[in-house]
Design a protein around this ligand. Structure first.
Ligand code: SF4
Length: 233
């Protein structure tokens, strides 16, 4: 089974095409927001652990689920000592910015919880997202709805990886405006078939251009290495 990186799940929820461009076509474009997220993760992704009171804090913990075929690195996992002496994992993921309108961050955190449940053999009922802009933790409960969405996201990612096909662009002005890949994705162009795009181009510019021939393929666009802890968008 193809492994899916935990950090890639957020891209699928933001836009399946963005996930495919990164996963299948190795395309990544850093912008100010993604760079800030990278700096934040570099700060918290130094492996270490410490114990204070009843909480043991482990940073940069490697996680995996054989059952789900996912793996990656958790920014922080706190182990909370319970009254019976057992330790309950509590994942904490660091994000730049503030809580978002979509559930991508929650799904990434829930996927970490699913890994921790499999690795530790115990329930992980909740965790937290820490946002750099608000400097606050937001507690996330891993309820049935969020677990279902997380499973569906993993399946969606795997379907794209196994098909090897990048979905067509579905232009949504609000989402595409925020997307770090919009200059490489050309969402208006690739939401049409090549023939439709040619007709549009010929209609507005009879001379056309080499770029308007529909031959521009995402695989030919600029490529750069994707870090393992990238932030959406
Ligand atoms: S520009 Fe729009 S369609 Fe293209 S990857 Fe980004 S969000 Fe998706």
């Amino acid at each position: 089974m193809e492994r899916i990186l935990l950090s890639r799940l957020q891209h699928y929820l933001f836009c399946p095409r963005q996930f495919a461009l990164i996963e299948l076509e190795d395309i990544w474009e850093e912008n100010q927001l993604t760079a800030l997220g990278q700096v934040m993760h570099e700060r918290v992704n130094q492996p270490s652990h410490e114990t204070r009171g009843t909480i043991r804090t482990v940073r940069a913990l490697q996680l995996a689920s054989e059952t789900l075929g996912i793996d990656g690195i958790a920014d922080v996992v706190e182990y909370h000592r319970q009254p019976d002496g057992s330790q309950r994992p509590y994942p904490v993921e660091y994000k730049r910015g503030k809580p978002k309108s979509h559930r991508a961050d929650e799904v990434q955190l829930c996927a970490q919880a699913l890994c921790l449940e499999e690795m530790n053999g115990c329930a992980v009922p909740e965790g937290a997202l820490f946002y750099g802009e608000t400097r606050r933790r937001q507690v996330i409960v891993f309820d049935d709805e969020l677990r279902k969405l997380t499973h569906e996201t993993i399946l969606g990612c795997r379907a794209i990886v196994e098909s090897g096909l990048t979905p067509k662009a579905h232009y949504q002005s609000h989402t595409c405006r925020q997307c770090s890949l919009r200059e490489l994705c050309h969402p208006r162009r690739f939401s049409h078939s090549a023939q439709d795009w040619l007709k549009i181009q010929l209609g507005s510019d009879a001379e056309g251009s080499s770029e308007s021939s529909g031959k521009t393929n995402a695989k030919n666009m600029t490529r750069s290495t994707v870090e393992s802890k990238e932030d959406s968008p």
